[in-house]
Design a protein around this ligand. Sequence first.
Ligand code: PAP
Length: 330
Amino acid sequence: MEATNTKAKEQIEKEFKELKLSLPKAAWFENSAMVLYKSFWCPQYFLKGAITFQNYFEAQDGDIILASLPRTGTTWLKSLLYTIINRDNFSSQFSQHPFHTKNPHDLVLYLEGLDLSTIIVGNQPLPRLFATHLPYLSLSDSIKTSQCRIVYVCRNPLDTFVSLWHFYLQFERNKDIHPNMELMEEYIGKYCKGESPFGPYEDHLLGYWEESNRNPQKVLFLEYEGLKKEPKAHLKSLADFVGCPFSEEEEKQNVIDEIIKLCSLKSLKEMEVNKNGNFSPMVENKTFFRKGEVGDWTTHFTPSMAKQFHQMLRKLNKAGFSFTYYRMNL
Ligand code: PAP
C-alpha cells in the first residue's frame, strides 16, 4: 500500500509538472492564474488536486456529490445537505450543531482539495458527502458509473459574476489594483469569453443540466434563485433525492423550517466561527457570506456591462436551457 502510494504520488507530481508547463494559461486577478485543463479553466492552485481526484477517487454507491461553479450557492447547499443527512445526530433545536464551531466548508470537503491519502482511504462518515467545482465531463469515471448521486446548483451568471468579483477583490486589497468600472468591465469580458475559474460558465451549467435531463435519478439540478423563492419545497426534494426524506412527524415538528433557519445566510453569518474564523491563511470565513441577494448585479452594472452577457445567455437558450426562477431583462 505504502509503495503504491509513493508511486502514485510520483506519477501525480510528474503529470502536474508537465501540465503546468504545457497548458495554455490565463491571468485571473493577481495571484490566481488559471490553466486550460481538459476544456475548463482550472485555477493553478487546484491543478494537482484535480489530477488526483480524477485519477484516484473511487466513488461509492451511497456517495453524494455537490457540484457547482464558485459563488453560485455552494456554502448554502453544503450546509443544507450536511444538516439534512446528519439531522438524527442533533436535537431539533440545533443548539449543539457543528455549525456553531465549524464553517460548512470544513465539514463538506472539495474533492479537488483532498490529498492522495485522504482520497484513497476514503473513510469519511457514511453517507459520504463531498463537493466539487469540476465540470461534469471532468469528474472521475467512478462518479459516472457508480450509483452515487449528484446535486448541482446554478445561479444566474450576472449575480455569480458580482459575487466572484467581490470574492477575488479581497485578495487584492493591499495591492496596486483599483476596483474601478474599467477593470470590472474587463473582467466581465473575460468571464463572458469563458475565462473564469472552472468556466466556461455555460459549458459547466449545460454539462450538468444535460446529464440531469438524461438521468434525473443521478443528477438533481437546482437554481439558487429557486431555493430562495421556495425553500421548503426545495428542501423536501433535496431530502428525497439523497434518500433521507422528511417523515410526517418531522414535518409536524417543523424540522424543515428549523433547518431553513439554521442554514440561512443571517444565521450562518452571525456564528462566531464565521465572523472571526479562517478557512485558510488567505480566506476568512466571512467572505462566504455577503448579501445573498437576487438581482444584485443591477446595482453594479452599466447597461453595456450587462449586454456583454447576451451571447452567453443566447448560447444557453440555444441549447434549450432557460432559468426557471429568474428572468433577466437586459
Ligand atoms: P464559494 O464558491 O466561495 O464557496 P458560494 O457559497 O458558492 O461561494 O457562493 C457565495 C454566495 O452565496 C454569496 O453571494 P453574494 O456574494 O451575492 O452575497 C453568499 O452571500 C451566498 N450565500 C452564502 N451562504 C448563503 C446562505 N446560507 N443562503 C443564501 N445565500 C448564501
